[in-house]
Design a protein around this ligand. Structure first.
Ligand code: FEO
Length: 172
């Protein structure tokens, strides 16, 4: 049984993951619009991963006898200066999500909720990967600078990203 505080905080996190999905879907649409299909693919896969994150918490709240309550999703940004701008905003957003996950872990410790602490470990690890991916792409974009050919090469690389469903998820 989840405490009221824990349940509310997890419900908030569902909303944050849904917003993340929405933000990356918007970046995917923008990338398509400016002729970068590889970036569009990368962000659309990111969208799918975020939906998976939201559903993972959704299932967990249900499994623990809590009630999922969905809230309005904020409107995401829809225009971006360039690819670097999208990835800097992505990294900043992921740093915010990492902080939010850490606060959830702090709350689970405070509430002596061992099951939720274990559940959240997956997200702690996932956030290392999320921020790492963004940092890698930002480093490449710095090297590319204003070089259009370099950007097209990176776009081609990002086109190869494939979605790998998380097999530990109930709805995988
Ligand atoms: Fe679900 Fe990108 O954190």
């Amino acid at each position: 049984m989840l405490s009221k505080k824990m349940k509310e905080a997890l419900n908030e996190q569902i909303n944050k993951e849904m917003y993340s999905a929405y933000l990356y879907m918007s970046m995917s649409a923008h990338s398509t619009n400016v002729g970068l299909p590889g970036f569009a693919n990368w962000f659309m896969i990111q969208y799918k991963e975020e939906m998976e994150h939201a559903m993972k918490i959704y299932d967990y709240v249900n499994d623990r006898g809590g009630k999922v309550s969905l809230k309005a999703i904020d409107e995401p940004l829809s225009t971006f200066k360039d690819a670097m701008d999208m990835f800097q905003k992505t990294l900043k957003h992921e740093q915010f999500i990492t902080k939010s996950i850490n606060e959830l872990v702090d709350l689970a410790i405070k509430e002596k909720d061992h099951a939720t602490q274990i559940f959240l470990q997956w997200f702690v690890t996932e956030q290392i990967e999320e921020e790492g991916n963004d940092n890698d792409i930002i480093a490449k974009l710095k090297l590319i600078g204003e070089n259009g050919n370099g950007l097209l090469m990176l776009d081609k690389e990002l086109l190869a990203r494939v979605f790998t469903p998380d097999t530990t998820s109930e709805n995988a």
